[in-house]
Write a protein that binds this ligand. Structure first.
Ligand SMILES: Cc1cc2nc3c(=O)[nH]c(=O)nc-3n(C[C@H](O)[C@H](O)[C@H](O)COP(=O)(O)O)c2cc1C
Length: 179
């Protein structure tokens, strides 16, 4: 179950570099796209950045709608991540094809994935185009996380986010014990 997170802690949802699934939609078109290249940018306002290839459908939908939602998967969904990253929403409706459980976002006109461990709903505030990619900077309007986000931070004991090394290589986290 996802609970609201104070916007001032948005950066902590992705501080450790997890792969995310970005959802965006416009009119009757929508997609859910894995994005490894993402990062926090600023505390207040809470800004995050995504690097997205111009050819990806999610890029087109973000430019049209000027909003997007970040959905953070756990490693339980690695197969789904690979499926979502192997086909374009230009060709299929990924929600129907992969039976994604989705609900309407709270603050933007988009859907989030209900099995995510956290979400960040953003409005687009700046686009920096470089070569074949765009860097999208979004301001978080609403964030949520599951019960492992405690005392305004992820609890490392159970955090099993997906981290992309390249090709089909992934790792998850291991807690470092400090006394
Ligand atoms: C593990 C993984 C990480 C990826 N990271 C990125 C990324 O950071 N930026 C990007 O533009 N595409 C990235 N991709 C590629 C897109 O997810 C892929 O091209 C997708 O099919 C595009 O879907 P769309 O056309 O519906 O947006 C990644 C794919 C995978 C599997």
């Amino acid at each position: 179950m996802l609970k609201k997170v104070d916007l001032k802690y948005t950066n902590r949802l992705i501080n450790h570099g997890p792969l995310v699934i970005v959802s965006a939609e416009n009119a009757d078109k929508r997609t859910f796209t894995p994005i490894a290249w993402n990062m926090p940018v600023e505390h207040s306002p809470a800004l995050i950045a995504l690097t997205i290839a111009k050819e990806n459908f999610v890029n087109t939908l973000i430019k049209k709608s000027k909003e997007f939602c970040v959905n953070i998967p756990s490693i339980d969904y690695l197969d789904l991540v690979l499926k979502l990253g192997s086909v374009s929403g230009k060709e299929i409706d990924k929600i129907r094809e992969y039976k994604l459980k989705v609900k309407k976002c709270k603050k933007i006109n988009c859907h989030y994935w209900t099995e995510a461990i956290a979400t960040i709903e953003c409005k687009l505030i700046k686009t920096v185009g470089i070569s074949e990619v765009d860097i999208f900077i979004g301001e978080a309007l609403y964030c949520s996380a599951n019960e492992n986000f405690k005392n305004d931070c992820w609890s490392a004991d159970k955090l099993q986010t997906v981290h992309h090394l390249g090709n089909l290589n992934f790792v998850t986290l291991k807690k470092i014990k400090r006394n």
